[in-house]
Write a protein that binds this ligand. Structure first.
Ligand SMILES: Cc1cc2nc3c(=O)[nH]c(=O)nc-3n(C[C@H](O)[C@H](O)[C@H](O)COP(=O)(O)OP(=O)(O)OC[C@H]3O[C@@H](n4cnc5c(N)ncnc54)[C@H](O)[C@@H]3O)c2cc1C
Length: 466
């Protein structure tokens, strides 16, 4: 057994099960220390996730104690300067799992150079993904740009792979206070108290991720392909923040889904959604320009408009279109929004209001507990029409019809917009047609900030310019 300490750099892997880097560390060392590097700057624009992060650190700290492993949290402004100091000693080996974002992968190269210069051994393991990015390419060696053939290839590749053997973390001998200047998880909580409402809804731990998954498989997966479209019911797994923080590995999801049954329509659809996540990771790594700009360059000339009044109304859920406003209020209250409604509110921002998708991306980044650069950026570019395999810009969602189709009874709207509770069903998605002395449009609930037909025509005219 290696006498040195095994250090595991925790990033997006808050789990005991299928945590390859941590398992490797405990295999080779009697003493293992886990550390998390908290960069305040990274989370400045991801306020909701500060709550999830803080709770996850606290819960993971407790779980690791069962293995005599300490979790130390260090605040730093630069990974590089932290590792420059750390590697002044070489009494440790370093382990970590990949995070599939270009900046993280680039830093892996910087770090491995530092470690090699100092003669410090290290191991980088597979992160939270089914296939490594480079494993899935077209037969001519180029990356996929369209989802369906990507997933056909990726799914087959994964099924044909020899399953990795189930390994477990070993109990260690405790090593206390290895690093200096630890901070407590509570220090990471956002200063605004708005996260209090999250506490009633979410419980960010590995145990809970597995419990939620099992309940979803038992009760809901068979109806998933239909039910996933309706925001008034819980038809999806709501596992996205757990997946983002690695409280569950997607291989565990896969195995649990296929454990007891043959692949039903619901299961196939559910696994294909995991496939979209893999596709998004592939896109941002092969086309990293899309992290900052349009994937499709012709959109660089799109005549977006700056309209702070509209943007504010959209953020606050006061556009006068109930399905849009309900979605934006769900996001603010819960840190999550239903996928169908993400598409509707996104389309409304970029098409009805002609506001650049980057504004929406930024707001979602700050409010979503499941924010991930790959899925948020690819999701927004899909909605805006400038992404890979995206919805064409000229296909413009009608927020009234979308509401009537996917929230027929108006239950979702009424849940998030109590001002509309008394409206009869047929007016719930067009309150401006409801005339009643007890309901004052413009006072109780806003007039629509734009007229749908006019906004649609304006969007099509703008699109013609590019
Ligand atoms: C504008 C926009 C922004 C988005 N931003 C994010 C984001 O920051 N983070 C994020 O995880 N997802 C994002 N999505 C994708 C999707 O909305 C969420 O993954 C989904 O709503 C999460 O809920 P769920 O866990 O119940 O999903 P389920 O339907 O239960 O799906 C299971 C898992 O598959 C993955 N998944 C499902 N749908 C998608 C999808 N369309 N694209 C990529 N992965 C998917 C997620 O990991 C999800 O947890 C975005 C979609 C849009 C349209």
């Amino acid at each position: 057994m290696n006498k040195k300490v095994g250090l595991f750099w925790l990033r997006e892997d808050f789990r005991i099960i299928k945590n390859d880097g941590l398992i490797e560390a405990t295999k080779h060392h009697d003493q293992v220390v886990v550390f998390f590097l908290y960069k305040e700057n990274t989370y400045k624009c991801q306020q909701a996730q500060k709550w999830w992060l803080s709770k996850s650190l606290l819960n993971f700290q407790k779980n690791l104690k069962n293995y005599n492993i300490n979790l130390e949290i260090i605040q730093t402004e630069s990974f590089k300067s932290f590792f420059d100091t750390l590697t002044k000693n070489n009494d440790f080996s370093l382990y970590w799992n990949k995070v599939y974002e270009p900046d993280y992968l680039k830093f892996d190269n910087v770090l491995t150079r530092i470690l090699e210069e100092k003669n410090i051994s290290y191991k980088i393991c597979k992160g939270n993904i089914l296939n490594e990015i480079k494993e899935i390419k077209k037969s001519d060696g180029t990356p996929f740009k369209v989802f369906t053939p990507f997933w056909r290839t990726a799914e087959k590749y994964y099924i044909d792979k020899i399953p990795s053997e189930e390994k477990k973390i070993k109990k260690c001998i405790q090593k206390k206070g290895y690093l200096k200047n630890n901070i407590k998880p509570e220090k990471i909580l956002p200063s605004e108290n708005w996260f209090k409402s999250f506490e009633k809804i979410w419980s960010p731990s590995e145990e809970n991720a597995l419990k939620e998954l099992k309940s979803f498989i038992k009760k809901r997966i068979k109806d998933y392909s239909e039910a996933r479209n309706f925001p008034n019911i819980i038809g999806t797994s709501k596992l996205s923040p757990f997946i983002k923080f690695g409280q569950i590995h997607v291989e565990t999801l896969w195995n649990e889904c296929l454990k007891n049954s043959n692949k039903s329509k619901g299961t196939s659809k559910y696994l294909a959604e995991i496939g979209w996540r893999e596709f998004n990771y592939s896109l941002i790594n092969y086309f990293p320009h899309m992290l900052k700009k349009n994937y499709s360059k012709k959109f660089d000339k799109f005549p977006w408009e700056k309209n702070l009044k509209f943007l504010k109304a959209w953020k606050k859920g006061l556009t006068g279109y109930p399905i849009v406003d309900a979605g934006m209020r769900e996001l603010y209250s819960t840190g999550w929004m239903h996928n169908r409604v993400r598409m509707i509110v996104g389309s409304f921002l970029v098409k009805h209001l002609l506001i650049d998708w980057k504004e929406g991306e930024k707001y979602f980044r700050n409010c979503l507990l499941d924010y991930s650069a790959a899925s948020n950026i690819a999701g927004w570019q899909w909605v805006a029409g400038c992404g890979a395999d995206a919805a064409p810009y000229f296909r413009i969602f009608n927020p009234i019809l979308q509401g009537e189709k996917f929230d027929k009874e108006g239950e979702y709207v009424k849940k998030w917009i109590p001002e509309l509770k008394s409206l009869p069903k047929r007016f719930i998605h067009k309150p401006w047609e409801f005339q009643d002395k007890n309901f004052r449009l413009g006072v109780d609930y806003p007039f629509p900030i734009v007229n749908h037909e006019k906004a649609r025509a304006r969007a099509l005219a703008a699109f013609k310019k590019i």
